[in-house]
Write a protein that binds this ligand. Sequence first.
Ligand SMILES: Cc1cc2nc3c(=O)[nH]c(=O)nc-3n(C[C@H](O)[C@H](O)[C@H](O)COP(=O)(O)OP(=O)(O)OC[C@H]3O[C@@H](n4cnc5c(N)ncnc54)[C@H](O)[C@@H]3O)c2cc1C
Length: 322
Amino acid sequence: MDSNQKIDVAVIGAGIAGLWACKKLRRAGFGVALIDKSRGLGGRMATRRAGKLQFDHGAQFFTASKPAFLGLVSELVTDDLCAKWFADRYVAIPRMSAIGRGLLDSEEGLYLNQQVRRIHREASGWFIEFEQSGHDIIGNGYITNIVIAVPAPQAIDIIGAEYSGFEKLKSVQYAPCWTLMLALEKPLQSDDVYMEFPDGHALRSISQNSNKPCRGEVAGLHTIVVHASQDWSIQNLEHDKETVQDALLSIVSDIFNFQTPPHYISAHRWRFAEVTQAAKVPFLWDSKIGLGACGDWCTGPRIELAFDSGNALANEIIADRL
Ligand SMILES: Cc1cc2nc3c(=O)[nH]c(=O)nc-3n(C[C@H](O)[C@H](O)[C@H](O)COP(=O)(O)OP(=O)(O)OC[C@H]3O[C@@H](n4cnc5c(N)ncnc54)[C@H](O)[C@@H]3O)c2cc1C
């Protein structure tokens, strides 16, 4: 797409909600640009690489309960893009972030490393103002519709106060999550590949990341992903990475009685990890100006719910615009 090409829909945010909305709209014949501020696709379905090591440091797995998402999961399983990990829990393969390449048929119209600052509408259509490069990269005022598929606080910044009907975004609340990534010479002494901790514990979960399908040991190292609990993450939110790393390592080490230090250690802070208060709407859409918003903030903190929201908004746009 060149900068002056007319664009039917610009989707901002390439997490599961935006990726799916993009795919569905393209299947229906719309010209869609997909924009994300990150280097990769998938949003919180994320994978951190460190040399040959890989850690799914965001969402650990997904479940599917409704026909639309069950249909997608079944397609992805057939195409070797996703596999069952345990019980009813699936993961993208060979890493969580691979969901993006799995859902995107072509790189055309994909703009990564592009953080959107604001949008504004003129008679010809929408302009997108980017943090780094101004507002002349795509569309140049000839974007007919915009779908915002980013966490609610970021959506509020992008939309600004100019366009009414999006006030529900302000009711959404999130909890943060501190994540610890470890590479160990020995596997954890536990038969459980995924351990959940009760309320009140400093940890929420420990995943044996290298046990997930298509991961495995790398150079004899076992990868582990630890998520701190909501309360612990809130209490330690503004602490520096090294302090959090040490504190979480000491908690895990006490549980498993580590004899040797980890080969690799890193912490990551997810500021908007989990929706704790959703907007309780399937999506937001203003047909008159062609502006919509979707994501897990609509109904809850799950990959399937984010998908549902992107799916429902895409259906609405298709019904409205075709
Ligand atoms: C630590 C953690 C553990 C989790 N565990 C699970 C789990 O086990 N199972 C489960 O179902 N769910 C889990 N979740 C929740 C799940 O990851 C989310 O509900 C889901 O991925 C949200 O998808 P989304 O498309 O709505 O948003 P996101 O995945 O957040 O995607 C939004 C995208 O917008 C981009 N963006 C933001 N601002 C801008 C901007 N200004 N310009 C351009 N791009 C922008 C971001 O880079 C991102 O790629 C977990 C989440 C976290 C953080």
